[in-house]
Design a protein around this ligand. Sequence first.
Ligand SMILES: [Fe+2]
Ligand SMILES: [Fe+2]
Length: 334
Amino acid sequence: MGGALDIGTVRSLKIDVLTETGWFDDACFRRDMTKYGGSAQSQYRIAWDAANAGGYAALLTITALDGGQSRILLDTGWNNAWMDHVFVRHGVDRMLERGEIDCMVLSHWHLDHFWGIESTLRHDRRLKIYAPSTWQEEDCALLREGADIQVRDEDGRAVSICRNSVPHQGELVLTETRGEDGSGIYRLQPGVALRMFDASMLLQVRGENVLYVNVADQGIVTVTGCGHPGIMTLLGFAKDRLAAPGLYGCYGGLHLSIFDTWKPEFDDIIESVKGLGLRRMGCNHCTGWMWAEKATTHGVPIIKGTDAYLSYPKISAQAKGSHAFLGNGDRVVF
Ligand SMILES: [Fe+2]
Ligand SMILES: [Fe+2]
């Protein structure tokens, strides 16, 4: 690691898995996509089955070198009823109301990370938000204008697919690849940086924010929503550009064997990740169970999950008792 960018350090980073189940049933999600135009269709033109919607969100608690704490909410899920439950369960509703969450980082505009925005804003409509500048008209309407977005289902009926009755009134930082000053990053606080990667993804969404946290004497922890730009690109940025003792760990979706299908390049990624020497990998969501299980057997230090997810009111059809990765309600400390 010989990067030019010194982002400072933190003492530790705690991550609570609020929810990592973007949706509950892969087959249902794929069916909806196929029915309304496929994965290249806009997410706002698909009459998604509301009962299948869950969401992705994580709470980052950062302890600074002087012992002070700060919190970042990463993403806000999809289904508002699910997110309301999740937030109450973890006390995020009260933290937002008391101003104990410093900001929300929206990783990207995908429905399972963004459409539950009302669940956050109803507790703090002035929350500072970082979101990719690559937003579209509907994203803007949902966040800032209080929209109820409807589409026609296959029977021609108008159905509401997402709504937000609490327009965001706080500071909005629309992130770009050049960063806040041409350096390629945004410095959120000492030891915490954000970078926007301009990548194209399914459902006509573009751009993803990734967080880098430099834990003193350990190294960089890379925190993602979905990791759409590619896990090696994201880890490579930390390795090449950030000044740190090494790559310590990661957390989040790594967008690999999503829908549990295997591609030959996933084997290569296992070997490449091993070569980077991360000591602890917390992954879930679109990483895919298959990749996590196989990577573990090949010696990648994937952090196991617990039974915590079983106490949530709904369980994903893909959930496995193998605890291959971190599930809902799990916690990891770096
Ligand atoms: Fe995504
Ligand atoms: Fe996702």
